[in-house]
Design a protein around this ligand. Structure first.
Ligand SMILES: C[S@@+](CC[C@H](N)C(=O)[O-])C[C@H]1O[C@@H](n2cnc3c(N)ncnc32)[C@H](O)[C@@H]1O
Ligand SMILES: [Zn+2]
Length: 409
């Protein structure tokens, strides 16, 4: 890899061999920066975001949040790696953020530095070389937006992030997970241990993955009397990402817990059934698989507990669409498509049918997409595409009708 200056969004940062930078995560940073824009006005009394960029590496994520949006007051970059911290400080300054340390020693500068996204005072930054858990638990700084972008699983950091956000009563938790093999069920035991949920290793595992992650956040938060609501849940390439609204309220925590549940999936007829209580059928209600006789070996598999509530916030997605149309991101077309699909999948049942997987399962050819949709709509069902899988549909039709609509017999 070539180490030098990179331009992403409105930022230019220097990369270096000893600080992690992954160009393939640009989409994730674009998408998240749009979500930050969508949070303008979301906090009481017009409060701005005080962001903790928990694993900053080059600092590019927090820098972009700060300079591309007018609703960011300050960013604290935390990384346990000394070289990453030094590079982050250099990059933050080079992108016009105000150094808190310099400001404290020269107070007259405070009101003169310009450069924020609205042309006003530039956001303040500081860099802390520390373990993120230690920094968040210490509680010296009260954040209302915490970013967790670790290598692999965010699980070890979610508790400290929520505890810190609790002090602000209302805030946002932004989480990336790259342990998708675990969340998608390739390593079932690891998912049960790390996320407290049984994953589903099937063709709709990407949606199950974001729901398992969200379900875990809900459960950790509930014990602190924090309610959780996803603003979006994204599955992309090798990672999943969610931004959650966090509000301090025992009743909100209870409401979030009530949105957790289980899913059962019949590997024979492909019926998907979600339920809020763990009343797990050993025989498929749809086709009888799992009983005695020839079907005895194909009992439904199940996963959960996981988030079964709405995947995204409509207002946030609309404001992200608006912000995306006003920016010149290289990924803007792909982002626009993703946001459109997310809008379409709202209000639809949990999980989806992969048209090719369904056709393969019944040893048939799939019909063209438009014919599948028309066949289901003609029977009065609703159908949408989904961002989780470009070859899949969401529908309220039962598996039997989905199979009939998809396959050419
Ligand atoms: C995936 S990189 C972050 C990438 C960055 N956010 C970006 O968008 O380019 C993970 C970073 O977390 C740091 N890190 C890992 N464990 C940490 C911990 N416990 N506390 C603080 N930083 C940590 C690593 O040094 C590394 O720089
Ligand atoms: Zn069945």
């Amino acid at each position: 890899m070539d180490f030098g200056e990179v331009k992403e969004g409105s930022a230019r940062v220097r990369t270096a061999e000893n600080a992690f930078y992954n160009p393939h995560m640009e989409f994730s940073r674009d998408f998240s920066s749009l979500a930050v824009a969508a949070l303008d006005g979301a906090l009481p009394d017009g409060a701005k975001l005080r962001i903790c960029d928990g694993m900053s590496a080059t600092g590019i994520r927090g820098i972009r949040y700060a300079i591309e949006n007018r609703n960011v007051e300050a960013v604290t970059f935390v990384d346990m790696d000394k070289a990453a911290c030094e590079l982050t400080a250099e990059n933050a300054k080079a992108n016009g953020l105000q150094d808190f340390a310099a400001l404290s020693s020269e107070p007259e500068k405070k009101s003169t530095v310009q450069g924020g996204a609205d042309g006003g005072r530039a956001p303040i930054f500081r860099v802390v070389e520390d373990d993120i858990n230690h920094h968040l638990y210490r509680g010296g700084e009260k954040f209302n937006f915490v970013e967790l972008d670790p290598f692999g699983s965010p699980v070890p950091f979610i508790r400290s992030a929520l505890l810190n956000l609790r002090a602000s009563k209302h805030g946002f938790l932004s989480v990336t997970a790259t342990d998708t093999a675990v969340l998608c069920g390739a390593h079932q035991k690891a998912c049960i241990i790390n996320y407290g949920a049984r994953p589903l290793h099937t063709y709709f595992c990407h949606e199950a993955a974001v729901r398992v992650l969200a379900g875990h956040v809900v459960q950790v938060a509930a014990a602190m009397h924090l309610g959780i609501r996803p603003l979006f849940l994204l599955s992309k390439r090798h990672y999943v990402k969610g931004i959650f609204e966090v509000s301090k309220s025992a009743s909100a925590a209870y409401d979030s817990m009530m949105r957790l549940g289980y899913v059962s999936f019949c590997p024979k007829c492909l019926a998907i059934k979600t339920m809020t209580k763990p009343m797990l059928p050993s025989i498929c209600e749809s086709c009888g698989a799992g009983g005695t006789g020839a079907d005895g070996g194909s009992a439904p598999i199940w996963g959960g507990p996981m988030w079964l509530g709405e995947l995204h916030d409509k207002g946030v997605l609309e404001r992200m669409q608006q912000a995306n149309s006003e920016r010149r991101y290289g990924n803007r077309v792909e982002i626009a498509n993703t946001l459109l699909l997310m809008r379409q999948e709202m209000g639809m049942p949990a999980f989806y049918y992969d048209m090719h997987a369904v056709a393969d399962h019944f040893r048939a050819m799939p019909k063209p997409f438009d014919r599948i949709v028309a066949a289901l709509q003609d029977k009065g069902y609703t159908v949408s595409r989904t961002h989780f899988n470009g070859l899949a549909i969401k529908t309220n039709a039962p598996a039997k009708d989905v199979a009939d609509a998809i396959t050419i017999q």
